[in-house]
Every structure is written in structure tokens, then in C-alpha cells.
Design a binder for this molecule. Sequence first.
Ligand SMILES: NC(=O)C1=CN([C@@H]2O[C@H](COP(=O)(O)OP(=O)(O)OC[C@H]3O[C@@H](n4cnc5c(N)ncnc54)[C@H](OP(=O)(O)O)[C@@H]3O)[C@@H](O)[C@H]2O)C=CC1
Ligand SMILES: O=C(O)C1=N[C@H](C(=O)O)C[C@H](O)C1
Length: 269
Amino acid sequence: MEDLPGIVITGASGRMGQMLIKTVVDSDKARLVGVVERAGHDWVGRDVGEAMGGAALGVTVTDQPLDAFAKAQAVIDFTAPAATIEFAKLAAQARAVHVIGTTGMTNEDIAKLDPCARHAVIVRAGNMSLGVNLLTVLTRKVAEALDEDFDIEIIEAHHHHKVDAPSGTALMLGEAAAEGRGVKLADVADRGRDGITGARKRGDIGFTAIRGGDIVGEHDVLFAAAGERIVLRHLATDRSIFARGALKAALWGQDKKPGQYDMLDVLGL
Ligand SMILES: NC(=O)C1=CN([C@@H]2O[C@H](COP(=O)(O)OP(=O)(O)OC[C@H]3O[C@@H](n4cnc5c(N)ncnc54)[C@H](OP(=O)(O)O)[C@@H]3O)[C@@H](O)[C@H]2O)C=CC1
Ligand SMILES: O=C(O)C1=N[C@H](C(=O)O)C[C@H](O)C1
């Protein structure tokens, strides 16, 4: 047991934080060595199992991330952009693999990970599930095969708590479609339509975000032409798919050189 890679989970009380804790505790390939919450959170100082409403797990929630990271081989982080940038610096200091599931990061945020990746492995993906990563491969292939007579639209739906749009997954799918077309997503993305928008521009990749109820995460990539449509779809019904992918990434990263990786690297897709 002592030999198994030690994992720290940040954002412990969050939807993904709690799912990640359960996933690591249930795994026979890793052990939970720390959980982090922000200073002032009422979970800090409590046993995390009890804080989650179950049996004690023997791991106390801390607001001191560096102390926790120093005892770990990997940090799994599904929080918010500002927190993730700080955690990246600390994970690099501790030489721990940093698995980043946080979405809504700007290009400026992402650039701040570069110096950290000189010292530690970072695996970052807007979606850690096998299904979505396979869908990005399919999206790239379909976009490659079709010309601009097919309009590409990405439609995503999530629960009403989600704070960022388009989703990280939608942007991954947009990047894959743009790559297939041989264009830059930034040049063709149409991210917000309202009012008299004018006709759709040929070659654009459009995004629509639906927010409601407890939807875990749904993504359609629509290729629409005159007389026919192709729809590639992924439906997530359980957050465990993301947590299992994140744990796989944390284990995969153990023997890799410092640098930035994604789930396609982890899954070999
Ligand atoms: N890549 C993937 O496969 C997936 C990615 N996600 C992404 O993961 C992220 C989290 O999602 P979810 O769990 O639903 O969100 P929640 O809001 O449920 O949880 C977020 C957690 O992060 C903590 N947090 C936020 N800001 C800070 C900060 N500045 N410092 C320290 N802790 C902070 C929150 O603490 P507090 O409550 O105190 O604010 C909370 O514990 C989102 O970006 C989401 O899009 C989600 C699912 C899959
Ligand atoms: O916030 C969520 O819940 C999810 N976020 C990720 C995203 O932004 O794509 C992944 C998944 O769809 C759930």
C-alpha cells in the first residue's frame, strides 16, 4: 500500500472533488494522501470521509497545499483557473504530476503553466473521459473529409451551476474540427449570436451553450449541409468517467519527463 502513488485532491468539497476522492479511495492502484480546500472553508481540519457524510478515511482536509503536495506523487485538480495557476506553481515545486481538469482558462492563464511544466509533468484536458477524447479524433477525421459546404456547429448542455461557456469539451471539439479543416479555431469561432447577426459565415465553427438542471455534460458536433446532416454525440451521465480518466492520467504521468500533455497522450489516441 505504501508503495502505491500518493494522490492529493484539490477542491475537495466540489462536485468533482468528491467524485475524485471516492475514485482514489476505491482504487487499488493509488492511495489518497491529502485533500485541499481553501482557507476558511468549514471542511478544513476535519476528516474528509466524515466531511463527505461517510466513514472516516484518516485524511484531514488542509488549507496548506504545498505541505500536502510535498507528500504526494500527483495532484488532481478540478477547481477554478486562478486556483489552478497557483496549484501548478506548487506542484512544480513539489515535483508532483499535476492533472488539470479545470476549464474556463484563458490563453494567458494557460501560458502561465509553461514555466511549471519545465519542472513537472502537467496533464490538462477539458474532458478526461475516454468517450469524449475518442470523439475529438472522430471530429477531426470527419472535418477533414468534408468541405465547407458542411457548416460545423457545436452544441453543449450542462447543469445550471456551470460557470464557464463554451465548455472546455466544446472548445476541444472545436479545436479538433478546426485542425481537420486546416484552420485556426480563433479565426473561425462564432461564440455568441444575438440580435441581427447577419447570415452564417461560410467556414465558421459555431458554439451554443445550454444550461439547465443537473445535466452532467452533453456534446453534439453537427455537420449540416444542404439535404443532409451528420451528428456526432457524447452523453455523460455520471461524473465518475472524468474522475477515472484523471486518475489514469495521474498514474500515466509518473514515469514521464516534465512537460505538458493531454488525454490523447494518456490514452494513446
Ligand atoms: N476536465 C474534465 O473532465 C472535467 C472538468 N470539470 C471542470 O472542473 C471544474 C470544477 O467543476 P465542479 O467540481 O463541478 O465545480 P464545483 O464548484 O463543484 O467545485 C469547485 C471546487 O474548487 C474550489 N475552488 C474554486 N476556486 C478556488 C480557489 N480560488 N481556491 C481554492 N479552491 C477553489 C471550490 O471551493 P469553494 O466551494 O470554496 O469555492 C470547490 O471545492 C470546472 O472548471 C469544471 O468545468 C468538471 C468535470 C469534468
Ligand atoms: O463543469 C462540468 O460539469 C463539466 N465540465 C467540463 C467541460 O467544461 O467541458 C467537462 C464536462 O463536460 C463536465
